[in-house]
Design a protein around this ligand. Structure first.
Ligand SMILES: Cc1cc2nc3c(=O)[nH]c(=O)nc-3n(C[C@H](O)[C@H](O)[C@H](O)COP(=O)(O)O)c2cc1C
Length: 168
């Protein structure tokens, strides 16, 4: 089994593409990528190191497939698991709810004893509110394919360098 499980949920492909770039940056020999749609809790729970990616829809809602999977968190023992989060959102179109989906995942992990790593500076983003900000930083990598797509590869590379020593 590979050492890291990456689980993503994506409506129009942006989070999926970011997941592909993250796998390339880490190496496909180390990380296995899964669409959260159709994943069972046993597969998810078998990883001690996780990377979870979601977009935000509606007004600050979790991506649909993640929303469906969330009840299965109850069947997973998160204590001791290391988790890094990344989120896709639109800071200009949804500046009152920027990356809220990532914040919802975070809240559900912290409450279950997971060790969340990979926080990210809020510098360089324009928005008025985000549920994904804790103690002045994003709880995970903040990506915006709608307004800052050109920054995605460099942000991913920098973030992967930051999380990999912790996850491995
Ligand atoms: C109808 C609609 C609602 C959205 N709501 C939010 C939102 O509340 N917060 C946010 O940050 N982004 C929001 N977005 C932006 C998406 O999260 C963004 O486009 C993302 O890259 C989509 O990723 P996906 O294709 O992987 O689902 C919304 C986009 C649409 C079209």
């Amino acid at each position: 089994m590979k050492r890291i499980g990456l689980f993503w949920g994506s409506q129009t492909g942006n989070t999926e593409l970011a997941a592909t770039l993250i796998v390339e940056a880490i190496g496909s020999d180390i990380v296995q990528s899964y669409d959260i749609r159709g994943v069972d809790s046993g597969t998810f729970g078998s990883y001690d190191s996780l990377i979870l990616g979601t977009s935000t829809w509606g007004a600050g809602e979790l991506q649909d497939d993640w929303d469906s999977f969330l009840p299965q968190f109850d069947a997973i023992d998160f204590i001791g698991k290391k988790v890094a989060l990344f989120g896709l959102g639109d800071q200009l179109g949804y500046g009152d709810y920027f990356l809220d989906g990532m914040g919802i995942l975070y809240e559900n992990l912290i409450g279950r004893g997971a060790k969340v790593t990979g926080s990210w500076s809020v510098d360089g983003y324009e928005h008025s509110y985000s549920r994904a900000i804790q103690y002045g930083a994003f709880v995970g990598l903040a990506l915006d394919a709608d307004n800052q797509n050109h920054l995605t590869p460099v942000r991913i590379k920098q973030w992967v360098d930051q999380i990999l020593p912790i996850l491995l």
